[in-house]
Write a protein that binds this ligand. Structure first.
Ligand SMILES: [Zn+2]
Length: 395
């Protein structure tokens, strides 16, 4: 199944993926999801925010156990971030059926829309709209790099942008959510276990900084006459690194928009996006406050710390451990670890849905890059663990 997906949105010049929400690649991925649901005889439902749900059993009668992830990617992302969770979800359903298992509750496979926020700037858009934490009016007005607003993009595709928004009916069908994801760090790399369980997601946010100056000729403008916003931006990047060390968090300027973006012109405007995360909310906030002094800053997203439900986490860890044949011997448990990466499971947990996450080992820890990798055997262990967890939660 991962090989099926390998061509979609691939940039052959880098080996990376570009799967922006609602792009041609994304539409192909949505079709692939529908096809996978149909092949298995699962009932497909697309909610008002574009999230896709494939149900084994009738979720209108009672809430089910849902697993899945997303199929969109960051720009120049890897093959596993998102797709591994969706593929593993379908594979886990197959495995349970092969075993002749009959779940006592519906099992759902989910694919969330626009998890990465690569195009419109707000991550976990599908789950934020679903749970009502993102105002639909704001979502419709978000523009991509070409100035196209989400509302217009959806309308052009024959969808109904006016339908976006909180969807308590769909939300009520999710009794429990378990997301499997490739690990995006090296937490498991040094463990003798291919699968781990998430304890928490660090609080994280995105902020846009606008540095204004005077666009002018790069050759004829004397140094003392320049009002060059690139200098202010450069100073801010260095300040962010220093503040990150001071507050014990991470801070990254990874996206930049320069106007007019000519090699022979002093820019008139530099917009830069800061991403900051850390174990403590106060420390992240302190860093942003410090960097915001005297600058034009707008907060594009903020996600508070997520501590996953402890009882559910334990149950998931025990079931995964059992499904993997108790690696590490008796008395050992699959590793439980926090992550600095945001996920739809975190948004759902924040909305009161009991949620948990399984991580599959990433040998280098590299993610959001074409070099992201997981070994086949580890992916298969992930499927086995997920099937064990679904079995435990629906027996
Ligand atoms: Zn992801």
């Amino acid at each position: 199944m991962l090989e099926d997906l390998a061509r979609i949105g691939l940039d052959p010049s880098t080996g990376g993926y570009v799967r922006d929400a609602w792009s041609a690649a994304d539409l192909t991925l949505r079709e692939w999801f529908r096809d996978q649901a149909a092949r298995r005889g699962l009932d497909l439902h697309e909610d008002r925010n574009g999230n896709q749900w494939a149900w084994w059993g009738d979720s209108s009668r009672e809430p089910g156990v849902v697993t899945g992830s997303h199929l969109d990617s960051v720009r120049q992302g890897g093959a596993f971030d998102g797709p591994l969770g969706v593929v593993s979800a379908f594979q886990a359903v197959d495995l349970l059926r092969e075993r002749g298992f009959t779940p006592s509750k519906p099992i759902g496979v989910a694919c969330f829309t626009d998890e990465e926020g690569a195009r419109f700037g707000v991550p976990c858009m599908g789950s934020r709209l679903l749970t009502g934490v993102l105002d639909p009016e704001r979502a419709r007005g978000l523009a991509d790099d070409d100035g196209d607003r989400l509302g217009e993009v959806l309308a052009r595709q024959g969808r109904k942008p006016e339908d976006l928004g909180a969807d308590p009916e769909t939300l009520a069908r999710i009794g429990v959510f378990v997301e499997l994801h490739v690990e995006q760090g090296r937490g498991l790399a040094d463990h003798d276990c291919p699968v781990g369980v998430a304890s928490a997601i660090w609080p994280h946010g995105r902020w846009r900084f606008d540095f204004r100056g005077q666009a002018n000729h790069a050759g004829t403008t004397r140094l003392e006459d320049r009002d060059d916003p690139m200098l202010a931006y450069a100073a801010k990047v260095l300040a962010a690194r220093e503040a990150a060390v001071k507050h014990g968090v991470v801070a990254t300027f990874g996206k930049l928009r320069v106007s007019p973006n000519n090699a022979n012109a002093i820019p008139g405007l530099v917009s830069a996006w800061l991403d900051s995360r850390g174990a403590g909310e106060a420390e992240v906030r302190a860093l942003v406050a410090e960097l915001s002094e005297g600058a034009a800053v707008s907060e594009e997203s903020w996600t508070p710390v997520v501590d996953f439900d402890v009882a559910l986490r334990e149950r998931v860890a025990v079931a995964a451990h059992r499904a993997l044949g108790a690696p590490g011997g008796p008395g050992m448990m699959v590793p439980v670890l926090p992550t600095g990466a945001g996920h739809d499971a975190g948004i759902l947990a924040g909305a009161g849905v009991p949620s948990a996450m399984l991580f599959v080992r990433n040998p280098t820890g590299i993610s959001h890059s074409p070099e992201e990798h997981a070994e086949r055997a580890d992916c298969e262990a992930g499927v086995a663990a997920l099937a064990g967890v679904l079995e435990e939660l629906t027996r």
